[in-house]
Design a protein around this ligand. Structure first.
Ligand code: NDP
Length: 237
């Protein structure tokens, strides 16, 4: 039996893309995994039936829905907040409601999920949020609001790492570069421009992010906290 076998994890946003890869990886490492979805019931059902993970409908952008989810989740060892939205465009053209929704999902949800989950975590728990290399570097126009949400997570993990450190709960942000998902397809219109900023000129695979998540959940990673872990093919180098 693996060291991870008795542990439980909640993945917020696990129906597609990076989140689905995280669910698959954590299940294959022996964890009991619950994951949420909001809009993609069919994809969530497929991930659940293929992995045995439990899928729960819960809109992370709604504070009340998120609170009920964490209340209803049995004590958990590992929280991964992956759900996120991307709204790009000139700030004068963007719908302010869409920007506010992105801030609710990308910033408020990780904060409240982390704080609420830590209350019920045993000592040694793990909190991992999926940020972006755009928290460090936004090399083209139109990404101010998205970059704002991802750099907010940097301050959040630094602070929460100190708040929860006395219980050996680690809090870290993983900062991917371009990853091939519905949000950012490898054959999308921005792909060539993005590759021009990179040392390794390709999109990453969701599984490459999931493997870093898996490492952070393990015993060997217990001394990593308050860290910004960038995995971006050199996008930010
Ligand atoms: P996708 O759009 O491919 O998938 C997003 C996932 O988040 C889906 O499972 C979706 O579920 C879930 N989700 C969206 N809104 C909500 C919500 N309100 N409540 C619960 N779950 C929700 O995105 P990616 O996999 O590409 O991105 C995942 C994370 O990685 C995001 O935080 C993103 O910002 C970040 N990231 C992505 C990069 C990339 O290049 N792909 C690069 C850097 C960071 P459903 O459809 O069921 O609502």
């Amino acid at each position: 039996m693996s060291a991870q076998a008795a542990k439980s994890a909640l993945v917020v946003g696990g129906s597609r893309g990076i989140g689905a890869a995280i669910v698959r990886r954590l299940v294959s490492d022996g964890l009991h995994v619950t994951f949420t979805y909001a809009g993609s019931a069919e994809a969530a059902t497929a991930v659940a039936s293929q992995t045995g993970a439990l899928a729960v409908l819960s809109d992370a952008s709604q504070r009340e829905s998120l609170r009920r989810l964490i209340d209803a989740t049995p004590p958990l060892d590992i929280l991964v907040v992956n759900a996120g939205a991307l709204v790009m465009g000139h700030p004068h053209d963007l719908d302010p409601v869409a920007v506010d929704h992105m801030i609710d999902l990308n910033v408020r949800a990780p904060y409240h999920a982390a704080v609420d989950s830590a209350r019920k975590m045993p000592d040694g728990g793990r909190i991992i949020v999926i940020g972006s290399v755009n928290g460090d570097r936004m090399p083209f126009a139109g990404g101010a609001a998205y970059a704002l949400t991802k750099s907010a997570l940097q301050g959040m993990v630094r602070g929460l790492a100190r708040d929860f450190g006395e219980r050996d709960i680690t809090v870290n942000v993983i900062q991917p570069g371009p990853i091939d998902t519905d949000m950012n397809p490898a054959d999308g219109p921005m792909a060539e421009l993005m590759h021009s900023f990179m040392a390794i000129k390709r999109h990453g695979k969701p599984e490459e992010i999931a493997s870093l998540v898996a490492y952070l959940t393990g015993e060997e990673a217990g001394f990593i906290t308050g860290a910004l872990l960038t995995i971006d093919g050199g996008f930010g180098a």
